[in-house]
Design a protein around this ligand. Structure first.
Ligand code: NAP
Length: 208
């Protein structure tokens, strides 16, 4: 994004591991763009998300390349390597701070999966984060909203209104399932853009 533009604009930051990016993510981003009137949605693949367990995540360069391939055809989508360049654990507060400082007039919306938002009380400097941006929690069909409501109870008054929930039926697709399918030589066609599918096979990702 150009620094001189976007005064008073609305910026969506799509945060995730994107291992790999799939149509669920793209539909969620486009839905958020439309519903919240966002001018742009910037996909920010995490270098190392804070709450990851033992699973080895794919090289950030591959996840970045797949994000670029997947979003190239949408003029309202961009990809940022800010977290990958920063290396180490990717704390959302650092990313949102960067966007806020670069585009101080803009309203920022951080979009991610509801299961990640569920743990927001444990995120680094969560109050400051919610002062700087709104959250859009994308849920899969059948998601139990009371899970989210329960975990947000501990937020200070006023902050809860800064978190919106958006049901995204296409999020029935999941990165975990795609990795598993590739490993088992099952088809992944129509679950993710063809360019990303080809990239996965060319680079031999998710085989073990
Ligand atoms: P995750 O555990 O990999 O994902 C949790 C769930 O949300 C999964 O079902 C995942 O589905 C879905 N999901 C992830 N990103 C999504 C997106 N952008 N749109 C729709 N669904 C999405 O989550 P994560 O990648 O570790 O964390 C998500 C984001 O929150 C990252 O940007 C991460 O840096 C941030 N985060 C920050 C902190 C912190 O600052 N302390 C702590 C935790 C997370 P798929 O597997 O299909 O994507």
């Amino acid at each position: 994004m150009k620094k001189e533009q976007n005064k008073d604009s609305k910026i969506g930051i799509m945060g995730g591991t994107f291992d790999p990016i799939h149509y669920g993510h793209l539909v969620a981003a486009e839905g958020a763009r439309h519903h919240f009137g966002l001018d742009v949605v910037v996909f920010v693949p995490a270098a190392r998300p804070p709450h990851k367990g033992m699973r080895e995540i794919t090289d950030p360069a591959h996840r970045l390349n797949m994000s670029v391939l997947a979003t190239a055809s949408n003029p309202n989508f961009e990809v940022s390597d800010i977290e990958i360049k920063r290396r180490g654990t990717s704390f959302t507060i650092d990313t949102v701070n960067y966007f806020h400082q670069t585009w101080p007039q803009s309203a920022i919306y951080f979009i991610t999966g509801a299961d990640a938002v569920l743990e927001i009380l444990t995120w680094r400097r969560v109050n400051e984060l919610l002062d700087l941006c709104s959250f859009i929690a994308a849920t899969r069909p059948g998601y139990r909203l009371e899970n989210l409501a329960g975990s947000l109870n501990g937020l200070p008054p006023g902050y809860i209104d800064k978190i919106s929930v958006m049901e995204v039926p296409a999020l029935a697709i999941s990165s975990t399932d795609i990795r598993d399918r590739v490993r088992r030589e099952m088809p992944v066609k129509y679950l993710l853009p063809e360019e990303v599918e080809n990239y996965i096979y060319e680079k031999g990702l998710y085989l073990d």
